[in-house]
Every structure is written in C-alpha cells, then in structure tokens.
Design a protein around this ligand. Structure first.
Ligand SMILES: *[C@@H]1O[C@H](CO)[C@@H](O)[C@H](O)[C@H]1NC(C)=O
Ligand SMILES: *[C@@H]1O[C@H](CO)[C@@H](O)[C@H](O)[C@H]1NC(C)=O
Length: 301
C-alpha cells in the first residue's frame, strides 16, 4: 500500500510539474491537436486513390481502364477527362456511387516542379479573375501561377460537373488533387460554388502548397469544406512562404513520423505536430515525403 506521504509528495511534484508554464502549454497543445481514428483515416482512402488517379492518361480515365488506380474505386462512372500533362495538367470528372459524389480530379507535378512553381520569382499574389469568380472581394488574392493553371480548365470542368450532377441527381461534389493538383482543386472549390447551387462542395488535397493570402484563407474557411493532408516532412505545404503574404486555410491533417494522422486546428498551425511547425524551412524538409505514402497510397499512375 502506498503511504499517504508518498501520494502527497507525488501529487505535489506532479502539481508543480503541471504548474510549470512550458509543461502547461505542451499539455494543451496535445489536447487540441487530435489523432484521427482508424475509421476516419480509412474514410479518406477512396479520395486518396482518386487524387492519385489524376496522374493517369485521360485516354484511360475516360473509360476507367487505368489499372490499379482505377481498380481502387471500381464503381466509378467517368464523364469527361482532358489535359496533356504538360501545358495543361490531366483532369477527369465523373460520379462515384459509393461516395454519392461527383468527383473532380486534378493531376499534380513532382516535388522539384511544384517547388519551382510555388516559389517562381515571376509569380505574385493577385485578385481572383472577376469573370470566373464573380462577387469575390478583390482583397482575396491567389498565387498568379496557380490561378493561371485553374483558369485553363475552369469552364470545361464547370460544364462537366453540371452535366454529371444532372445525370446522377448528385447533391455533392468532391474535388481532389495532389501537389499542384491540390492547388487547382482548392481554386476549383472556390470557383464552382459561384456557378452551381443546390449541392455541397468539399475539397480534399494532398501535399497542398499555400495558394493565397490571409483573406483567401478566411474566404475558404467561410465557404468551403476543406481537408488538406500533409505527409511528414514534405516541403511543399510550407511554400510559398508566409513572409511573402501566403497563408493556409484551416483543415490540415498531418501524418506524423509515427504514421499517426492528426487534425491541426486553425490556419497554418505552427505546432511542431503540424507541417508549418514541423518543417520550419525547406532545408529541414524531406522532398521524398511529397508523394506519400498517404495510408499506403503513393501518388502517381
Ligand atoms: C494550433 O493548435 C493549438 C493546439 O495545439 C491551438 O491551441 C492553436 O490555437 C492553434 N493555432 C492556430 C494558429 O490556430
Ligand atoms: C479505353 O479507351 C482506350 C482509348 O480511348 C482504348 O484503347 C481502350 O481499349 C479502352 N479500354 C477499355 C477497357 O474500354
């Protein structure tokens, strides 16, 4: 049996431990950054495969003959695809009966290309195009290079999404992508709801760079359901730098080194359990983490 004095001293020492300021901060940080359950992680898997499938040739996504990527979502009904993989990233649109959702997939690029794009000295923050994004405040700014990429396919994808919603009486649209594809997906997630009503929209991005400024992040938080999943020490989620005025919206899920998936509250959370805190600069990142694996899925076709 433990003596009273032992319990008292243990209690006192634990109290004095808790009373130390740094320990308190650490404790509360751990409490609000929450681990995802196995079921929550599994629920992302179809979308992770959909994001990977966007790397496949449009001639194989249009009839869902792209091999393992397509086989991972066997009931999918494609309706349109396009892109050439160089001047226009591949994309596809269709309906997933098992997810009860229209899916839009955008191809990404490799780590060195996306890092070059994101940090391109010629790129700058610009207001969203008022024709594509009617009614959005000019204070909402996005990376000019990412905005150009989204504009290339915007109206074609809008038409494909509208016809797919009509054909399947869909009530939900999910836009997915990895890397540059995640940046385009996020811009599509802002764009499509401005032209389509009566359905809900969500964006699920993987290894997503920062896409816009603080006003853009606030707009996304107010209008869109976003999850952006970052793998370990991937450097892409920390570019372009915050010092250039870029800011992530909320909705980060970070895969930690121990393979635990955690939900990071707020925008651009600087906790070391989240990307921005874990990778303070690109030299402390690991470029090989960009492609995954995300719960066993490595991006690519
Ligand atoms: C980051 O997460 C912590 C919890 O660990 C939370 O207290 C804090 O408000 C978050 N930061 C931001 C910028 O939202
Ligand atoms: C899919 O389409 C491509 C070209 O459009 C064709 O070569 C291929 O045979 C088709 N595959 C299936 C399974 O229909």
């Amino acid at each position: 049996m433990l003596s009273t004095s032992f319990i008292t001293s243990a209690l006192l020492s634990s109290l004095s431990y808790v009373a130390a300021a740094p320990a308190l901060v650490e404790l509360s940080a751990r409490q609000s950054i929450t681990a995802l359950t196995a079921a929550q992680i599994s629920a992302f898997k179809p979308f992770t495969n959909f994001a990977s499938t966007a790397y496949c040739q449009p001639s194989t996504t249009i009839n869902w003959s792209c091999g393992a990527n397509c086989a991972a979502n066997p009931d999918f009904i494609p309706t349109a695809s396009g892109g050439d993989g160089s001047s226009v990233q591949f994309w596809y649109v269709g309906f997933s009966p098992s997810q009860a959702s229209v899916i839009v997939g955008h191809q990404g690029t490799d780590t060195s290309q996306i890092t070059a794009d994101a940090t391109d000295a010629d790129a700058f923050l610009e207001s969203l195009d008022s024709t594509l994004f009617p009614g959005v405040s000019s204070s909402v700014e996005a990376h000019s290079g990412f905005a150009n990429e989204q504009a290339k396919t915007a109206t074609t994808i809008l038409a494909a999404v509208q016809s797919t919603i009509a054909a399947h009486k869909a009530t939900k649209v999910t836009i997915v992508g990895h890397s540059l594809g995640a940046a385009i997906a996020l811009l599509d997630g802002v764009y499509l709801p401005l032209h389509i009503s009566g359905v809900s929209f969500q964006v699920i991005g993987y290894g997503m760079p920062r896409v816009g400024n603080q006003a853009f992040a606030n707009y996304v938080d107010a209008h869109l359901a976003l999850t952006h999943i970052n793998n370990k020490e991937d450097i892409v989620p920390i570019v372009p730098g915050k010092f250039l005025g870029y800011h992530h919206p909320s909705g980060e899920v970070h895969i930690m080194d121990n393979n635990q998936w955690v939900s990071c509250p707020g925008q651009d959370n600087s906790s070391n359990e989240c990307s921005t805190g874990d990778v303070p600069n690109i030299f402390e990142g690991d470029t090989s983490d960009h492609d995954g694996p995300y719960d066993g899925v490595t991006m690519g076709c």
